[in-house]
Design a protein around this ligand. Structure first.
Ligand code: TMP
Length: 209
């Protein structure tokens, strides 16, 4: 792939939007062409699937149905948007990707990680993000920010223990593969968080050149 694939992850209320903006500014400053997108979603079909996934009326959704919907949205996103961009050298900045599936459906819901791995291979082949920022925060702090924003969606309505497991999942993935992941303490002052992110991106392009 000619373009680079950057993803941003973390539990709820971790400050993804603000820090995605920091990465976007870094790309703009370097004149790098990119698209900014999100999961679940990113395409017309994917956004419809997102609606199903986040709708808290869907209380009885089976964990395996949730998993398959995540990968259905992802398959469409890859074919319609991500792969065509990367092929022409456009970078892709994506708010969540498959690390969220391992963290939420694997560690959070307790689904078998080997099953997730098989779906990942089916849907993505060899395509994986080149750089993943994981914003790490105590879920209690993150959830207090989310609650202040207003109504909760189906995931945000989960208990704190669910997000403790999700967080542990992200941390485990980051420590298993430190070259791809940058784990940042998102409870630090914003300027410190963003300094860390910019340093990691500079190291990433330094290493990628
Ligand atoms: P967002 O609110 O950060 O945009 O993400 C929507 C929710 O979807 C969030 O609570 C995390 C969840 N999610 C998963 O559970 N698995 C996934 O694979 C993805 C991409 C998101």
């Amino acid at each position: 792939m000619k373009g680079k694939f950057i993803t941003v992850e973390g539990t709820e209320g971790v400050g993804k939007t603000t820090n995605i903006q920091c990465i976007a500014s870094w790309l703009d400053e370097r004149g790098i062409a990119y698209i900014s997108t999100r999961e679940p979603g990113g395409t017309a079909l994917g956004e419809k699937i997102r609606g199903l996934l986040l709708d808290k009326e869907n209380t009885g959704m089976a964990a395996s149905a949730e998993l398959l919907l995540m990968f259905a949205a992802r398959a469409q996103h890859l074919e319609e948007k991500i792969i065509p961009a990367l092929e022409v050298g456009t970078w892709v900045l994506c708010d969540r990707f498959t690390d969220a599936t391992y963290a939420y459906q694997g560690f959070g819901r307790g689904l078998n990680l080997e099953h997730i791995k098989r779906l990942e291979a089916l849907v993505q082949g060899d395509l994986h993000p080149d750089f993943t920022l994981i914003l790490d925060i105590d879920p209690e702090l993150g959830m207090s920010r989310v609650r202040a924003r207003g109504e909760l969606d189906r995931f945000e309505s989960e208990a704190l223990e669910f997000f403790d497991r999700v967080r542990a999942g992200y941390r485990e993935r980051a420590s298993d593969n430190p070259s791809r992941y940058c784990l940042v303490d998102a409870s630090s002052p914003l300027a410190v968080v963003q300094e860390h992110i910019v340093a990691a991106l500079n190291a990433f392009v330094g290493g990628a050149e």
